[in-house]
Design a protein around this ligand. Structure first.
Ligand code: 3PG
Ligand code: MG
Length: 378
C-alpha cells in the first residue's frame, strides 16, 4: 500500500478524504473519536508545511439536495476546537482554496455522482490538490468518487496514518484464530449487515443480532413484529441464514408504541402487538454464556435505540458483558464507539476501529475498493 511516509508531501497542497460521519444531535458532536483519529495525519501534513482541504461525507442525504440536517458544520466547529483554529467550511468544490492551512468541503454526498463513482467528479476531486491522501478507513468499503475514482485518477495518492494503523491492527487481530469466535451485529442498515452476517457466520461459532437485523430475523421466523424497523426484501435471505443454526436471537424485547414514548413493555419475541415496535432487546442468559466463553468477540452495532434512555438497557448490558469478558474483543463503527463511550471504559475493549461496515468487511477477508486502489495486498 502506498504510504504517507513514502510520499513527497513537503510544501504541497493536499486533498485529504476522511470519515467524519460522527453522531450529531442538536448541532453538537456526541462522539469525536473519528475526528480525533485523523489528527496524527493532519499533524504530519502540517509539519511538512502542506496545506490541507478535508473531504468527508455525513449521513446519507439525497444526492443533489442540500439539506442542512446533513451539513458538516457541527463537525467543522468541533474540529476547530480540537486543533484550536477556525476550520473554514466551503459549500462547494469550486469555492475551495488553500488560503488557510486546514479547511473542509461540505458533505460530499450532496453532490450527484459521488455514489456512482462518476468520472467527472472523480477527476475534479483529484485535480483539487497536488496529492490525494485517503484516510477514511470507515468508508473504504464504498466504491464512490471520493473513495475510489479520485484515488485512481490522481497523479499522486497514498494512504493516511489512520488507514495504515487500522489495517495493521486488524490484520494482526484477525490472524489469530482462537475459538470460539462470537460475532455481534446490530444497527439499522439491514441489507448490508445481512451480507456481513453471511460471511461472519462462516468464520464465527455464533452470531448475536440486534436492532433492525433482529426484527428481520424474527419476522422471517413467522413472528409478528408490529411496526418494527425491518427490510421485507431481506426475509428470504434471513431464512437461509437461520438454517446455519448460528444465529442467536433474543428471547425478550422492549416494545413501545412510539420511539418518543417513555412507556415501554418487556415482551416475549412472539407476543409483540400490531401497534407496537421493537426498540431494544434483553441480553438472554444464553447470549451471556456465549460472551463469557468466547475467545474472540467481533462487535459492530447497537442492539436498540440506545441514545434514548428507555431503550438503552440492552446495548448497555451487552457493552458491559463484552468489557468483562476475557476474550480478545474487536469493536467498530460510529454508533458502537458512541455506545462504548457512554457505557464502559474503552480500555476494556482490546481494539476499537473507526470503521463499522468497513471493519466487518475487512475481518471477513473482503477486498475493500479504496484499499485496492491504494495498492493494498489482501
Ligand atoms: C459508517 O458510518 O459506517 C461510514 O461512515 C459509512 O457510511 P455509509 O454506510 O453511509 O456508507
Ligand atoms: Mg455509521
Amino acid at each position: 500500500m502506498r504510504k504517507l511516509s513514502e510520499t513527497d508531501v513537503f510544501d504541497k497542497t493536499i486533498a485529504l478524504r476522511v470519515d467524519l460521519n460522527v453522531p450529531v444531535e442538536d448541532g453538537k458532536v456526541l462522539d469525536d473519536t473519528r475526528i480525533l483519529a485523523i489528527i496524527p495525519t493532519l499533524k504530519y501534513l502540517l509539519d511538512e508545511n502542506a496545506k490541507v482541504i478535508l473531504i468527508s461525507h455525513f449521513g446519507r442525504p439525497e444526492p443533489g439536495v442540500i439539506d442542512s440536517k446533513f451539513s458538516l458544520m457541527p463537525v467543522a466547529k468541533r474540529l476547530g476546537e480540537i486543533i484550536n483554529q477556525k476550520v473554514v467550511l466551503f459549500t462547494s468544490i469550486d469555492e475551495a482554496n488553500f488560503n488557510s492551512d486546514i479547511s473542509l468541503i461540505e458533505n460530499i454526498r450532496f453532490l450527484p455522482g459521488e455514489l456512482e463513482n462518476d468520472l467527472e467528479l472523480s477527476n475534479q476531486l483529484s485535480n483539487l490538490a497536488d496529492v490525494y491522501v485517503f484516510d477514511a478507513f470507515g468508508t473504504s468499503h464504498r466504491p464512490h468518487a471520493s473513495t475510489y475514482g479520485a484515488i485512481q485518477a490522481s497523479k499522486a495518492s497514498c494512504a493516511g496514518l489512520l488507514l495504515e494503523n487500522e489495517t495493521n491492527a486488524l490484520k494482526k487481530a484477525t490472524d489469530s484464530q482462537d475459538s470460539p469466535i462470537l460475532s455481534i451485529v446490530g444497527g439499522s442498515k439491514v441489507s448490508s449487515k445481512l451480507a456481513a452476517i453471511n460471511s461472519l457466520s462462516q468464520i464465527s461459532d455464533d452470531v448475536i443480532t440486534g436492532g433492525g437485523i433482529t426484527n428481520t430475523f424474527l419476522k422471517a421466523q413467522g413472528n409478528n413484529i408490529g411496526l418494527s424497523l425491518c427490510e421485507d426484501s431481506m426475509l428470504n435471505h434471513a431464512k437461509e441464514l437461520l438454517e446455519t443454526d448460528k444465529i442467536l436471537l433474543p428471547e425478550e424485547v422492549i416494545v413501545s408504541k412510539s420511539i418518543d414514548s417513555n412507556e415501554i413493555r418487556i415482551s416475549k419475541v412472539n407476543s409483540v402487538q400490531d401497534d407496537e415496535m421493537i426498540l431494544d432487546q434483553m441480553l438472554s442468559p444464553i447470549a451471556i454464556k456465549k460472551i463469557t466463553h468466547a475467545k474472540k468477540i467481533i462487535w459492530n452495532g447497537p442492539v436498540g435505540v440506545f441514545e434514548r434512555q428507555p431503550f438503552s438497557e440492552g446495548t448497555k448490558d451487552l457493552a458491559n458483558a463484552i468489557a468483562s469478558s476475557t476474550a480478545f474483543s474487536l469493536a467498530g463503527g460510529g454508533e458502537t464507539l458512541l455506545a462504548i463511550k457512554m457505557f464502559i471504559d474503552k480500555s476494556n475493549i482490546s481494539y476499537c476501529s473507526t470503521g463499522g461496515g468497513a471493519f466487518l468487511e475487512f475481518i471477513e477477508g473482503k477486498e475493500l475498493p479504496s484499499l485496492s486502489a491504494l495498492g493494498f495486498k489482501f
